[in-house]
Design a protein around this ligand. Structure first.
Ligand code: C2E
Ligand code: MG
Ligand code: MG
Length: 638
């Protein structure tokens, strides 16, 4: 007996918690016989639900129970679709298929039989005589053919009042339900409600486990699973399109994370629209999405790429702004590819190849791209080795202090001494390190080499200072500042030996985090300058908020100096604002005496460039730093 009570105890509080006491009152009023019946049904249904049976199975069981309890009737449970308010038959173990055809697609409204009426009115509807009741006029013939004389519809309501399902009893006799039968149906409707409620909850949980909450598309794991299923379970050819939004990262930095998220949500929505019912859309990461479409849809690849691009031709409106996005697409077919991961990797490789040709392009994967992909994987392996062995070397480029025209310090610039390819510049491998998670290790290695070199230089050049380029990834690593200070201390060097150069974009990735770490470094005695200033998207006004010492104006602004009035105006405007913030001004990329003269006249503090000295190995640069600055640097060639 004790066992039988269990389910009641488990279920009743659910209703009470929702503020719904109907259940308790009803149970209290039931005759002992009905109560016992109900408990058995209740218990079976709860057990089936608890063991994870699909809702249809649970409902089939309940219908069968009602069929046994009420003579000469057959029971069906119809569900009301929440999205489009249409009625659909869900469970009816004793009914012919014609019953489903009768009710499927009816609307929740008067004029759609006793089912539409009951759902719309939220109350039971009893049709005592199918032949004469006007409510079933349109259905009378079919019902008569199926041997139905009466029918009773009971709405199943959630605690909120919303009708989620309808229980229908089709009776072979022309009659009304008895009091006991009515009680039974009402009682069963409560169990049905619980089963459907649980199913909705499961569905919501399933949805959020498989979907990306931001864009409403599938998440990466689920996308891969479904593509895999599709590839392995059918001979159909499919294609995966990998896509990225062009220039998304700088756009997100400028707009802020919240607006960036809203853009992504809209992108997800448009992609779902393009994918339609036959395609799948997955959100991988940041601005990376994947689309799976049946291969026949891709018979004309250019047309599909065009359709995708076209769906972004209308601007995305955010607040006051309108944004026109373009996409880069890479397409891969499952020709011989047997798993989703390989397919997506090929699509991504094709997308990167397309991106290399410019924005708004698409490419279909082919073996040539595959070879390039292998190349980049090989380069990644090689770079890993280069960091661990001694293939990274540092070159140095001196900076001239303009006030007294003496060499002041040097910037450290990393190079890769490749065993077969010779000396490779950082432009070729820093981006690879950043993409492949090697930037932290590479940055540590550079610091190690630079500090060791500074220790050697300090013998002959006391008080030597070196400017080191630091990537945003390094800056945000935990304990970055502490580790650098420990390294300096171990080498017996003062913190002021190092000055960090951090690019504008590295700071903008997370201004608050950068502010915190730069303040910590400054307090410890390590100063920071912003590198490549003017190429990011920061506002000049923000300069005052950052704990920095100087600003290195990007060489793009220096390039025109000496012969272009507009370039001069722009450079001067930037320099004036930097100075107004009390920051040191460094001009890089000085390539001739005219440019040097100009920046000198603007009152810049430091100059650097090929004209003064090209970057070189330590032995060349230490000799240079020890010698006086040559007078000829100021001589303008006629
Ligand atoms: P950067 O920090 O702006 O460094 C200046 C770059 O301009 C260097 O290129 C330098 O060789 C070059 N340069 C110097 N004077 C002139 C000139 O008069 N004209 C022209 N056209 N170029 C000049 P490099 O060595 O190829 O370095 C490129 C970038 O790689 C650096 O730009 C820096 O952002 C990055 N980098 C270099 N070493 C490291 C490092 O150890 N760590 C990190 N995170 N980045 C580094
Ligand atoms: Mg630099
Ligand atoms: Mg620079």
């Amino acid at each position: 007996m004790g066992l039988d009570v269990g389910p009641v105890r488990r279920v009743t509080p659910v209703s009470i918690e929702r503020g719904d006491h109907r259940e308790v009152e009803r149970l209290a009023k039931l005759s002992p016989l009905v109560l016992a019946d109900a408990l058995v049904a209740y218990r079976r249904a709860m057990q089936a639900l608890a063991s994870g049976e699909p809702v249809e199975v649970v409902l089939d069981g309940l219908c069968a129970y009602v069929d046994r309890q009420v003579p000469a009737t057959r029971c069906a449970v119809l569900i009301v679709d929440r999205e489009d308010a249409l009625i659909r038959q869900l469970a009816a173990p004793a009914l012919e298929p014609e019953f489903a055809a009768l009710v499927d697609g009816l609307r929740v409204s008067e004029g759609f039989g006793p089912w539409g009426a009951s759902a719309a009115r939220c109350e039971p509807v009893v049709v005592e005589d199918v032949e004469s009741d006007p409510l079933v006029r349109d259905f009378a013939e079919t019902l008569d053919g199926l041997g139905v004389r009466s029918l009773w519809v009971e709405p199943v309501r959630r605690a909120s009042g919303e009708v989620v399902a309808l229980i229908t009893l089709y009776s072979a006799d022309r009659r009304l339900p008895t009091e006991r039968e009515r009680e039974l149906i009402v009682n069963v409707s409560n169990i049905v409600e619980l089963a459907i409620e649980r199913d909705l909850l499961n569905e919501e949980m399933r949805f959020s486990a498989n979907h990306d909450p931001l864009t409403g598309t599938l998440n990466r794991v689920r996308f891969m699973e479904l593509v895999n299923e599709r590839i392995t379970s059918s001979a159909d050819r499919v294609a995966v399109i990998c896509l990225e939004i062009d220039r998304f990262k700088p756009l997100r930095l400028t707009l802020g994370a919240h607006a960036g998220d809203r853009l992504l949500a809209e992108v997800g929505r448009r992609l779902l629209e393009v994918a339609g019912d036959t395609g799948l859309v997955g959100h991988f990461n940041g601005d990376e999405f994947g689309l799976m479409v049946p291969a026949e849809a891709l018979a004309n690849v250019d047309a599909v790429a065009e359709a995708l691009m076209a769906s972004f031709r209308l601007p995305i409106v955010l607040g006051q702004g309108e944004f026109f996005l373009t996409l880069s697409l890479g397409i891969a077919y499952n020709n011989g590819v047997t798993d989703a991961y390989s397919l997506v990797r090929e699509g991504a490789a094709a997308m990167h190849a397309a991106r290399a040709d410019g924005f708004g392009r698409h490419r279909v994967y082919d073996h040539r791209i595959g070879t390039q992909l292998l190349d980049s994987i090989e380069r990644e392996v090689e770079l890993r080795r280069a960091i661990d062995s001694d293939e990274l070397v540092i070159h140095y480029q001196p900076l001239l202090r303009l006030a007294d025209r003496v060499w002041d310090r040097a910037e450290t610039l990393v190079r890769w001494q490749h065993p077969t390819r010779g000396l490779i510049g950082p432009g070729e491998f820093i981006p690879l390190a950043e993409q492949s998670g090697l930037m932290g290790a590479l940055g540590d290695k550079v610091l190690e080499l630079v500090i060791a070199e500074a220790e050697r230089w300090s013998q002959t050049l006391p008080g030597v200072q070196l400017s080191v380029n630091i990537s945003g990834i390094q800056l945000r690593r935990p304990n970055f500042g502490d580790r650098v200070l420990t390294m300096l201390e171990a080498a017996g060097l003062p913190p002021a030996t190092l000055l960090f150069e951090v690019t504008e974009s590295a700071i903008l990735q997370d201004v608050a985090a950068a502010q915190a770490i730069l303040s910590q470094l400054r307090q410890a005695g390590i100063r920071t300058a912003i590198d490549d200033f003017g190429t990011g998207y920061s506002s000049l006004a923000r300069l005052g908020e950052l704990p920095i010492t100087g600003v290195k104006i990007d060489r793009a602004f220096v390039a025109g100096l000496g012969n272009d009035d507009k370039a001069r105006e722009i450079f001067k405007a930037i320099a004036d604002i930097v100075r107004a913030h009390g920051l040191l001004i460094i001009a890089e990329g000085i390539e001739d005496a005219r440019a040097l003269a100009e920046i000198d006249a603007f009152g810049c503090d430091f100059a650097q460039g090929y004209h003064l000295c090209r970057p070189g190995p330590p032995e060349v640069i230490t000799a240079m730093l020890a010698a006086p600055v040559p007078e000829r640097l100021w001589r303008v060639a006629e």
